[in-house]
Design a protein around this ligand. Sequence first.
Ligand code: NAD
Length: 507
Amino acid sequence: MTAQANIQNSVPTVKLLIGGKLVESTTSHWRDVVNPATQEVLARVPFATTEEMNAAVASAKEAFKTWRKTPIGARARIFLKYQQLIRENIKELAAILTAEQGKTLPDAEGDVFRGLEVVEHAASIGNLQLGELANNVAGGVDTYTLLQPLGVCAGITPFNFPAMIPLWMFPMAIATGNTFVLKPSEQDPMVTMRLAELAMEAGVPPGVLNVIHGGVDAVNLICDHPDIKAVSFVGSTKVGTHVYNRATQNGKRAQCMMGAKNHAIVLPDANKSQTLNNLLGAAFGAAGQRCMALPVVILVGEAQSWLPELIEKTKTLKISGGAEPGTDIGPVVSCSALDRIGSLIAKGIGEGATLELDGRNPEVAGYAQGNFVGPTIFSGVTTDMSIYREEIFGPVLCVLHADTLNDAIALINANPNGNGTALFTRSGAAARHFQEEIDVGQVGINVPIPVPVPLFSFSGSRASKLGDLGPYGKQVVQFYTQTKTVTQRWFDEDEVSGAVNTTITLK
Ligand code: NAD
């Protein structure tokens, strides 16, 4: 055996989950899972073979036969247990997440926690999956609806929330009586696998949750497989559009939450220090790798004079490994993400924006190999520049100016994306005007990252979303169920048969 092979054998492998068992893939195609702060190889993840992926779907199909009839209370109790297990293991989950993804430990705990909230919501499925009944819609006739599970459903998730987004998907799909095949991001699948193990420990029966790993082939198999009825996707606009088209052409339900370019508007009457703190957190937190980050700020009128203070505050942010206490900005996920961000910053300079703060090539003590880019601020940005048009997905803030609130609203509405936006003001009238006129699905009023809790649903709009229902909350119960409407009449035994009725009305 070669030295290289020995090193490879000492690195743990990420397993598949098929039929309730953790399975070592037989594939010859593997990828390293790398700590972005150090380049340490943490594990190797397989690109599952077609046979393995088909086996995962087959096990989900088989499990559906009994799971669909499992009493709703029994399903709910599994999620009560599951939320407890996630709470008990949240430190371990966050540590795995930070190691493979790079975000800070507190942010990693937040990632798990926002998913945990969906698990808690899944535990109240008894109230969520209720049908409706109308009594006496005609003489002696009642009509009622059943919300029945679809069958095998599937989820495809991105790298940036490897705990929260898988938890957006499989708990609600399973709680509503479906079985599930999950394909996590191949960049950071380890925390997702730990969550899948805890789901099994909580009592999810074998075959009800399956996990496959891979890339394009796995995604295409999910879109094409005739036994998969619905696909939930979160990721980039390019891949999401492909998934939506391919899955729906194959007759499946699909919902795709995709890319973003979220703007904040700052009015001069806003609370200045709160606003600047919120902007920093939303633009640079998680190294800008959030679909609800605020990579664009529009300073309106007098608020344009706040730029120097914004820059000075930004300089105080600490860049380091995500596991280091006090870190504000960890590494970006990969070397290729770092290169991409660097080339977009270079384009910004080339296209004439003013680089107010250059975060490239920061010195990070103890992490010489990490994928670090510090907070970067451009002013003088115009809407035709690449740094405005493209999703940078790094800690880069573009500052624009507008004379009035209406000018700023028009600018946002002209951008194709509609994931999130925020307004900072002390004026109730301005806030209400903004709420009414802005064409974006998730709106924050003095709230920088307005991701709804699961009592509501994630509701990005326009180019940030395909499909009409959101990924969690009440809307997803509709996504994962088929409404069956039953109209019934019962005859008394001694009722005398009337004339044959050839009209279509019930009386
Ligand atoms: P991505 O689109 O590259 O990957 C998402 C999934 O698609 C992964 O599982 C990946 O394996 C798979 N994939 C990648 N390339 C593929 C291809 N060519 N064909 C088929 N499948 C492919 O996204 P990412 O880089 O992991 O995540 C970041 C993106 O996700 C950003 O655009 C961000 O805005 C978006 N995002 C959106 C939301 C939202 O709710 N709107 C939430 C989180 C992330």
